[in-house]
Design a protein around this ligand. Structure first.
Ligand code: PLP
Length: 400
């Protein structure tokens, strides 16, 4: 028997793994399964990025890059932070990593000692608690209410801070709720943080360009420049530029933190693939019209899915202000039985029955710390979304 390290003991098993295995098995059996489970744009990457990556390869840009990132990409990221977020970072305050995820990993690895606490607003993207736990950290979940559109409230944050708090994770626009924070929310949060000088903030802004109805994303570090050196602003190419497979993320933060994170990366993966970095430079200067067109498409799809969900029995659904997920509540359906006689005691049962009987794959909210909900990605075509809603509606109307 392989003896695994203690840091892997008791890690939560993502509910998504069993679900996607089941979806694969159904597909292999010839069943037309609709998957709204993935958090991945359904657009191609910008052609400028693909072209630049090819050119970089042909030019011989194929040697080990500097660990922290190519100077050209750091310069493009510095320009992006300044123009789009009002944040000024020197090259030594920027790190390029293998996706936003590696930067989260580096940051926690660089700073968390066993017993340190990480405050994570609920619902949350699963990787924060898992990575924190791998470092011996303890996740402190802070509930955000559906009635407040899942925004983090300053009072709830204040109550969660302890002397052991190391980090606050702020992921807005939020995966999975689609909540955003506006300037007022951020100002109230900054006021709490001023009273807690030992707390670092991880602002994961990877969905920043996906906001709707004229609501613009605001960076915490721009609202509270006095807190700048305690804020690590994380972003990446995956969602805004449909570049998930390129594995390019970037962040800006205080020099000593960036240096420590760079050193971890140096010993784990070295610098990011040179071709991917060349592609990212090109994408960052590609016409914003492409990005805006994607945002508009997501908005249109949201406006197909959310009203359809709201019209269904047993379902409530907050309007997502950003990202590309709907996060409906289905608690009213729990305790019922599906048409095929499955008892729906939890959101996991619900998601499993929905997959088996209606052939729609979604993620149960409990995977994000928020039971009684489902996460549906609207990164799929209008037709697929309409068909998924029809299937869900049929599934719900057959409950008894
Ligand atoms: N942060 C959030 C909230 C995400 O949803 C994701 C991806 O799903 C990431 C970070 C990581 O993105 P990547 O590592 O692909 O840049």
């Amino acid at each position: 028997d392989l003896r695994l390290a203690q840091r892997l003991q008791g890690l939560p098993q993502p509910a998504t793994i069993a679900m996607s295995a089941k979806a694969r098995a159904l597909r292999a059996a010839g069943i037309d399964v609709i998957s709204l489970a993935l958090g991945e744009p359904d657009f191609p990457s910008p052609p400028e990025a693909v072209e630049a990556a090819c050119q970089a390869g042909l030019r011989g840009d194929t040697k080990y890059p500097p660990v922290g990132g190519q100077p050209a990409l750091k310069a493009a990221v510095a320009r992006k932070f300044l123009d789009e977020n009002g944040l000024s970072y020197a090259p030594e305050e920027i790190l390029i990593g293998n996706g936003g995820k590696q930067l989260i990993y580096n940051a926690f690895a660089a700073t968390i000692d066993p017993g340190d606490e990480v405050i994570v607003p609920v619902p949350y993207w699963v990787s924060y608690p898992i990575i924190a736990q791998m470092m011996g950290g303890v996740t402190v979940p802070v509930p955000c209410r559906e009635s407040e559109r899942f925004r983090l409230k300053a009072e709830a944050l204040r109550a969660a801070i302890s002397p052991r708090t190391r980090w606050l994770v702020l992921n807005f626009p939020n995966n999975p709720s689609g909540a955003i924070l506006e300037r007022d929310d951020l100002e109230a949060i900054a006021a709490v943080l001023r009273d807690a000088p030992h707390v670092l903030v991880m602002a994961d802004e990877i969905y920043e360009h996906l906001t709707f109805d004229g609501r613009a994303h605001v960076s915490l570090a721009s609202v509270a420049p006095d807190l700048r050196d305690r804020i690590l602003t994380i972003n990446g190419m995956a969602k805004a530029y449909a570049m998930t497979g390129w594995r390019v993320g970037f962040c800006g933060g205080a020099r000593p933190l960036i240096a420590a994170m760079t050193s971890i990366q140096s010993n784990a993966t070295s610098g990011v693939c040179t071709l991917a970095q060349a592609g990212a430079v090109a994408a960052l200067s590609s016409p914003v019209a492409q990005r805006d067109a994607m945002r508009e498409t997501y908005r249109r799809r949201r406006d197909i899915v959310v009203p359809a969900l709201r019209a269904m029995d047993y379902v409530s659904c907050a309007m997502p202000d950003g990202a590309f997920y709907a996060f409906p509540g289905i608690a009213a359906a729990l305790g019922k039985q599906s048409a095929a006689g499955r008892s729906l005691a939890s959101d996991r049962d619900f998601a499993e029955a929905l997959l088996e009987e209606a052939h729609v794959s979604v993620v149960p909210g409990s995977a994000f710390g928020q039971p009684g909900h489902l996460r549906l990605s609207f990164a799929a075509s209008d037709e697929i979304l309409a068909e998924a809603c029809t299937r869900l509606e049929r599934f719900l109307s057959a409950l008894r």
